[in-house]
Design a protein around this ligand. Sequence first.
Ligand code: PLP
Ligand code: LYS
Length: 391
Amino acid sequence: MHLRLRGEKVEKEVLKQAAEKFGTPIYVYSLPKILSQIELVKSTLEGVNYSLAFAMKANFNQDLLKLFHSLGLMIDCVSIGEYLRARKVGFSPSKIIVNGNCKKREELKLYVDEGIFSINLDSYEELIRLEALANKPVNVCIRVNPDVDAKTDPHIATGLKEHQFGVDYDTAARMIERISKNGNIKLIGLHCHIGSQIVEVEPYEEALNSLKDFVRQMNLNIQVLNIGGGWGIDYGDGKSLNLKDYKKRIVPLLKDFNVKIVLELGRFIVGPAGYLVARVEYVKKTNSKIFVIVDTGMTHLIRPALYGAKHRIIPLYDTLDREETVADVVGPACESSDVIRKTITLPLPREGDLIAIGETGAYGYAMASDYNLIPKPLEIIWDGKMLFRSS
Ligand SMILES: Cc1ncc(COP(=O)(O)O)c(C=O)c1O
Ligand SMILES: N[C@@H](CCCC[NH3+])C(=O)O
C-alpha cells in the first residue's frame, strides 16, 4: 500500500489504525514528519557553521532520542534525569549540553568528570559553585539574558530581565573576568534562549544584535554561540516562524559571528509530528451546554490548562451526516480546568468516535502527570510504513 506521508487523509487513516490496534488514548509520532522538520532546519541554515541539538524537554521518548542520536544531533538537557537518559540512549558526553538554573553540586561534578560539550552557566553563584569542584578542564558557556521581548505567550518567554534564567550583561562581564583567572574552567561561548513558540524574527534579530555588541565591547574570543531554541510552529491559527524571513534576516547575522552556532530546538522538530488520539466516551447535554467527554485531558496534555493553549481537534469520524455544534471538549480529571477546547464548533461526535489532538509531539507526553491516577497514554511510532509501540 502506497501512503502519502503528509496528506491529511493518510494521517487520519494511520491514526485510526493506531487507535484500533493499540486502543486509546495514545500519542502517535510520525517519523517522516520529524525527518522533514529536520530537513527544514537544514535548508534554512544552509551556509551556516552550526550544530543542531534536540531539546529533550520537548519529548524524552527513547526511540525518538535514539533516532536523533543516529542522525548525529547533539542533545540539550535540563536535569540530571535528562542527562542520564541521554547517556543511556548513546549520546557521548561531548554531544551533551546542560542548561538549567538549579544544577546541584553532585550533578555539576558528574558533568565535569564526564567532560560534556558545555555546562551553560545560569548565574554568578553557579560559577562559584563550579569553581569549587572543577578539578579538571571543563567547557562552559554563559547564559545571557538580553532583556528582549520574544513576543510569545508570556508563560513561555524567558529572555526578559524579570525571568529567572541567565544573567545580565554586567554580571556576564564579571563572570568572564573571573573565569579568565581559572585554570580549569574554559569559556567556549555564550548562550541565549529568549523563549519558546516564537513566530516573529525581530526578537531573534534584537537578541543577536545585542549579543554582537557585547562580544565586541568585551573583545571576547568565543568559539560557540548557542542561540537556544524557540522556533514557533502552526497550532492551527496559521502563525509560525517564517523560515524565509529567518533565512533572509537572521542567517546573515549568524554568519557574521564567525563562530560555531548551536541551536537547541525542541518544539519545531517534534511538535508537528505528534497527535494525541482519544475516544469520545460521552456526549453530555445540559440545559446550557454540550460537553464532549473524551478519554484524555490535562493529565496527558497540560498545555491548554496551563497556558490556555489551543490545539487543533481533528475528527477521525465520518463527519458528513453530523450537525455542526458548539461544545466544550473536556477530559476525565476532577478539575474544571480539564478542558481541551472551550466553545469549539465541530461536527457533533457520538460515543465511540475518535478524535486526534494535533501538534502534540512537543511538551505533550513530556509534561504528562499521574494526577487522579489516570493511566498515561501509550506512545506509538509511525515509521512511514508501520505502527509500533514505543518503549
Ligand atoms: C534553554 C532552552 N533551550 C531550548 C529550549 C527549547 O525550546 P523550543 O522547544 O521552543 O525549541 C528551551 C525551552 O524553551 C529552553 O529553555
Ligand atoms: N512547556 C512549554 C514550553 C516551555 C519550554 C521550556 N523552556 C510549552 O508547552 O509550550
